[in-house]
Design a binder for this molecule. Structure first.
Ligand code: NDP
Ligand code: HSE
Length: 421
């Protein structure tokens, strides 16, 4: 029987779930996979964190050195989050030849090259299934199940918090603030939820996933990012009235010339599309390979136990197999110059003859054709107008919106949201 000792750094939502899974299911892991995994040390700020979870404080490690100097520890689980000190701790562990399992997508998205080099130098493994899409095995699918393919697309809902918020707002009429508070209580949100609601978390994950999918480093600098804080209840209602659901989407596409579109933004998703029915903290990822065609992975994208499931899968994998080698990410991908989409535009205009015509003519001047246009309400001399365009280039749309904003009689462009087919 193979035996391996593990240290956990950060006993919060994910680290606590990982401790529970490794201790509660120790016997079934032993009998099912032939490896006995023992938690030997737990690093956190104070032994009280262990005591509050009913864990013997004898496991407590105050410093990283207590972990790296322990020759019995073979795997270090990093579930602290943030760039520092998590980054230095991971580097220390790898340099000491200990394999690292991390759930830290920010660290990976920003410093993968450095971590991977330290892993290679230390002859240690670096594992990060839990960093993207919680309990859904998307990293393993990309690295171990798609070799036959050139992957052209990876698109999905990859943040649990925002999907939870948008679902509660659209289905139950909750305010944004109330829905965010619930997501925090349920353990879905990052320590600073700005990372979720402004799309940073999804951008980190997209950078990691698209790099693995396209075998080219997709740096954060080319990931376009918009969060959900500007999505208004009335946009959600407008979407519903037209047969759409609002989702925060992550879209990664590799064009035939090798350039990459990588973007995170709210989108109107047709109710008939499978992503529209991904609710609450569930996530889903579509992969498109030239041989596999479309694959969709679905499951819980956040939360203590689903994420712990991914961490433990890496721990067991690491105990049983040799360290994974990742593709050479030396050359960063170039960003695609433009992409096509339909758009929803909501704007406020002066309620006077000719206004709709002048808005339509701005769009026309930029070659944008209108699919639907509606005046949705008039109050004290102004009117709200919603427009659904036909497919057009993003650059044309931006130029048209800029011109509209300076057109006499146009008060405010309230929202511009991409619409997928
Ligand atoms: P938590 O805040 O719940 O847990 C982090 C734990 O680490 C806390 O106990 C924290 O203590 C401790 N910690 C942080 N910094 C230090 C430090 N410098 N020294 C000692 N202890 C420290 O976060 P999560 O479990 O939610 O997230 C952890 C990681 O997992 C993050 O990288 C996150 O992005 C990732 N992740 C989270 C998921 C989720 O659903 N929550 C899903 C997938 C990935 P204190 O509370 O005192 O700061
Ligand atoms: N805060 C993240 C989310 C955790 O809501 O998806 C999972 O990565």
């Amino acid at each position: 029987m193979k035996k391996i000792k593990v240290a956990i750094m950060g006993l919060g939502t994910v680290g606590g779930g990982t401790y529970d899974a490794l201790t509660r299911n120790r016997d079934s892991i032993r009998s099912g996979y032939g490896v006995d995994v023992e938690v030997k040390k737990i690093l956190d700020r104070s032994p009280d964190v262990l005591a509050s979870r009913g864990i013997d404080t004898a496991f407590f490690a105050r410093t990283i050195d207590e972990i790296v100097s322990d020759k019995e520890i073979g795997i270090v689980v990093e579930t602290m989050g943030g760039l520092e000190p998590a980054g230095s701790f991971v580097l220390k562990a790898l340099s000491a030849g200990k394999s690292v399992v991390t759930a830290n997508k920010e660290l990976l998205a920003k410093r993968f090259g450095e971590l991977n080099a330290a892993a290679e130098k230390g002859k240690a493994g670096l594992y990060f299934e839990a960093s993207c899409v919680g309990g859904v095995p998307v990293i393993r699918t990309l690295t171990e199940s798609m070799q036959a393919n050139r992957i052209s697309e990876i698109t999905g809902i990859i943040n649990g918090t925002t999907n939870y918020i948008l679902t509660r707002m659209s289905e139950d009429g909750l305010t944004y603030e109330a829905a965010l508070e619930e997501a925090q209580k349920l353990g879905y949100a990052e320590a600073d939820p700005t990372a979720d609601v402004e799309g940073f978390d999804a951008a980190y994950k997209l950078s990691i996933l698209a790099s693995l999918a396209f075998h080219a480093k997709v740096p954060l600098s080319i990931v376009y990012r918009e969060g959900i804080t500007q999505v208004r209840p009335r946009d959600i209602s407008a979407a519903a009235s037209m047969g759409y659901t609002v989702k925060l989407l992550a879209v990664g596409k590799q064009n035939p010339d090798g350039s990459v579109q990588a973007r995170v933004h709210p989108a109107f998703v047709p109710n008939s599309h499978p992503l529209a029915s991904v609710r609450g903290a569930f996530n889903a990822v579509f992969l498109k390979g030239d041989f596999s065609d479309e694959i969709m992975l679905y499951g819980r994208g956040a939360g203590s136990y689903p994420t712990a499931s991914a961490v433990v899968s890496d721990v067991v994998y690491c105990a049983l197999r040799s360290a994974p080698l990742y593709p050479d990410f030396g050359k960063p991908a170039t960003a695609a110059a433009d992409f096509d989409s339909q758009y929803y535009i909501s704007l406020c205009v002066t309620d006077k003859p000719g206004m709709l015509a002048s808005v339509a003519s701005v769009l026309g001047r930029h070659g944008i054709s209108i699919s639907k246009m509606q005046q949705v309400g008039a109050a004290s001399g102004s009117a709200d107008v919603t427009i659904l365009t036909h497919t057009t280039g993003e650059s044309s749309l931006r130029a048209a919106v800029a011109e509209m904003a300076s057109t006499v009689g146009v008060g405010k462009i309230n929202a511009t949201v991409r619409v997928i087919k």
